[in-house]
Write a protein that binds this ligand. Structure first.
Ligand code: CP
Length: 311
């Protein structure tokens, strides 16, 4: 693998999932592969799981890890030809090349503005690192995608699915803040590549990018959508059409034990209890969010392994 900025960088998904599950059984099998190699992780935004699981994954492979909270460094300029006499101190052209002197792989987390749709969709942070860095780039959640999370979710569903095609429902839930569409986008794209029966449910106005949802079933009736589900993946996202706006805070969309039925509950975390999902779900054995969070390590590890093998 040359990089991991999008799901289509995975050449063989079923093999990748199988290998990740094997890494979980024997995480130190390739502890020599990353010897004398360094992962630099750049955070433009907060993280708990991505930061710790990716560091753990790299260390399981024998890599050294350096982490930079970008807000602690110089303010970066991303526009070409700018007269830099205002707030930005360093251009991405130098920054990305300099970081490449210290790194064998660079991982980047950069959320969307949720104000400027065109700028967010251009993935200007991630793509500028790709353009100017001289080492492979890993997406740790960008404006429009969270491919490490989606691989994690695929691993988790694969681990818990028997032979039948499971019914998977992605349900919107309320949230007090405007959140990106990235997790939902990547989850939908990943499920489209798996043997699952996928339904998306959300209030009207919360349609995701139709280039991503394609012909996936969308049902505006949450109760009907959840019927007979095997896995219910819950996530808030802000409106894509009325870009970045909160159109509903309707608490009737919160996931309850009754709504969940017999399904397993999934969420990428962090989650707001009793806003997105009630305590009774999270505290039940139908919740698999901790198993999901654990699988973040093996999703990151299989991706780093495949990149290291190509260096
Ligand atoms: N799910 C996820 O990406 O968690 P963090 O934001 O804590 O990294």
């Amino acid at each position: 693998m040359k990089k991991y900025t999008a799901l289509n960088d995975i050449s063989n998904l079923s093999e990748t999932i199988k290998e990740a599950i094997l890494l979980k059984i024997n995480p130190f099998e390739y502890s020599e592969l990353g010897k004398n190699k360094t992962l630099v992780m750049l955070f433009f935004n907060s993280s708990l799981r991505t930061r710790l699981s990716t560091e753990k994954a790299a260390k399981n492979l024998g890599m050294d890890v350096m982490i930079l909270n970008v807000n602690d460094a110089w303010n970066l300029e991303f526009e070409d030809g700018t007269i830099m006499n205002m707030d930005t101190s360093e251009h991405i052209k130098e920054a990305a090349q300099v970081i490449s002197q210290y790194a064998d792989i660079i991982a980047v987390r950069a959320f969307p503005t949720l104000k400027n749709k065109a700028q967010d969709e251009s993935e200007f942070v991630l793509n500028n690192f790709q353009k100017y860095a001289t080492v492979p780039i890993v997406n740790m959640e960008s404006s429009t995608a969270h491919p490490l999370q989606a691989l994690t979710d695929a691993i988790t569903i694969s681990e818990l699915t028997d032979n039948k095609t499971p019914k998977v429902v992605l349900s919107w839930a309320p949230h007090p803040k405007a959140l990106p569409q990235a997790v939902a986008n990547s989850f939908v794209e990943m499920m489209q590549d798996l043997e699952v029966d996928l339904t998306i449910t959300h209030p009207k106005g919360y349609e995701l990018n139709s280039d991503i949802t394609k012909n996936t079933t969308i049902n505006y009736d949450q109760d009907e959508a959840l019927k007979d589900a095997d896995f219910v993946y819950v996530k808030n996202w802000s409106s894509y059409s009325d870009y970045g706006k909160i159109l509903s805070q309707d608490s009737n969309w919160m996931i309850t034990k009754v709504k969940l039925g017999m399904a397993k509950f999934m969420h990428c975390l962090p989650v707001r209890r009793n806003v997105v999902v009630e305590d009774a779900v999270l505290d039940s054995n139908q919740s698999i969010v901790i198993q999901q969070a654990n699988n973040r390590t093996y999703a990151a590890q299989i991706i780093l392994k495949q990149i290291l093998e190509n260096l």
